[in-house]
Write a protein that binds this ligand. Structure first.
Ligand code: NI
Length: 206
């Protein structure tokens, strides 16, 4: 998801370490589209994204497939569904901004179900995502300013009701500085979901 490595002040590994089969891009902002095109070109990965972002990548020599909100994409036994996100989505290129279609999130169904919300505000249909897909794990932005803050993300958690929630999209820059323990505290007052706070580069097995 959203491999933003080059220029990312907290990315712990070089982009050359990555060779995924599939890259899912939530939207065209540079800190999400990131190195997807370069990795896809150099390592033969397939990218899935909203059609405007997929076309942008195809025109630059990367293999990308378009999909849209509400639809699913199957790779072997893994089903990935694209969900709505409330955010902006332009593709910034040097001195211009290209149309990036709509922002999105993904629900990945691979034995366990993981909902990656992308960059988003809190929206009430997160309840529907919880009811329809019953994600085991949710990854929710808490950085504020460009997305939900800790309080809104905690409310989202109580609506989605995953077993585990992992906060993301914070402490990359001063503008999205957050204390994730504040998020954990609010979640614990609202529901039984376990909050797992991860460091950049850390791996967990679920
Ligand atoms: Ni964004």
């Amino acid at each position: 998801m959203d491999p933003y490595i080059e220029g990312n002040p907290v990315a712990p590994w070089p982009v050359s370490d990555l060779a995924p089969d599939l890259i899912a891009v939530t939207h065209g902002h540079y800190d999400h589209l990131g190195d997807a095109g370069a990795i896809a070109k150099n390592r033969g990965s397939l990218v899935i994204a909203i059609p405007e972002v997929a076309r942008y990548l195809n025109e630059r020599g990367a293999q990308a497939e378009g999909m849209d909100i509400g639809g699913s994409f199957r790779v072997r036994d893994v089903v990935i569904r694209m969900t709505q996100a409330v955010h902006s989505a332009g593709i910034t290129r040097e001195d211009t901004v290209l149309c990036g279609g709509c922002p999105a999130g993904f629900v990945v169904d691979d034995k366990i179900r993981v909902y990656h919300a992308g960059d988003t505000a809190l929206f009430s249909d997160m309840r529907l995502i919880g009811d329809l897909y019953r994600p085991d794990v949710a990854l929710l932005p808490i950085g504020d300013r460009y997305t939900m803050g800790p309080r809104e993300a905690a409310i989202a958690t109580s609506w989605i009701r995953p077993q585990v929630v992992i906060p993301m999209h914070y402490n990359t820059w001063p503008t999205i500085k957050q204390d994730p323990s504040e998020f954990r505290y609010i979640v614990e007052t609202l529901c039984d979901t376990e909050v797992i706070i991860m460091d950049a580069g850390e791996t967990i097995e679920l």
